[in-house]
Design a protein around this ligand. Structure first.
Ligand code: PNS
Length: 174
């Protein structure tokens, strides 16, 4: 009797990535050693256009640069339900990072909802390294908006984009 193998499992790492942080990158790098194929799936939410700091195009560009050293990672955008996107692409794993117990409560609900809608969808959590446990995209945006140094919290492509976005605030600090 042959056992079914799952060599071609395709994982999606969905998110807003506004912008990607070193916590996201840590989870992604470690997952890239487990899954043969990972798609960074950036949510294009038409209701949130103008509410994100970075446009979809900017986020895609930052993500592509930040993940270019990982050969099995690609970057795409999606809109609508994540599970519909997974059905279309054949992805079966949802990758998410956890920083603290507070993340878990929210993630647990979403994981159950997604699997209810699409039973093939299995959510896999990777605990972000403790050194990134305090880093979030929203905090990074807030700090950068005051011209604070965020270089150690985000990949260089994201830092460069933040410096450009808040050029006036950074000029004032230097
Ligand atoms: O980085 P975020 O903002 O925490 O990511 C949230 C995301 C994009 C993974 C989640 O909002 C999502 O999957 N949105 C797509 C719509 C959807 O499928 N919703 C059902 C689960 S809440």
């Amino acid at each position: 009797m042959s056992k079914e193998t799952n060599k071609e499992v395709h994982a999606v790492f969905p998110g807003s990535f506004d912008p990607i942080t070193n916590g996201h990158l840590d989870v992604l790098s470690r997952a890239s050693k487990i899954f043969p194929q990972i798609t960074l799936a950036v949510l294009h939410n038409s209701k949130k256009v103008g509410k994100n700091l970075f446009t979809l195009e900017e986020r895609l560009e930052i993500l592509s640069k930040a993940s270019e050293h990982l050969p099995n990672v690609t970057v795409q955008s999606f809109s609508g339900l994540l599970v519909d996107y997974m059905r279309l692409t054949g992805a079966t794993v949802i990758l998410r990072g956890l920083r603290a117990v507070s993340d878990y409560e929210y993630e647990l609900q979403i994981a159950h909802l997604n699997r209810q809608m699409y039973p093939k969808a299995e959510t896999v959590f990777i605990m972000a390294a403790t050194r990134w446990s305090y880093v979030s995209s929203s905090m990074v945006r807030e700090l950068a908006s005051y011209g604070a140094d965020i270089a150690k919290m985000v990949p260089p492509a994201a830092a460069a984009a933040l410096y450009l976005k808040f050029a006036a605030e950074y000029a004032e600090k230097n």
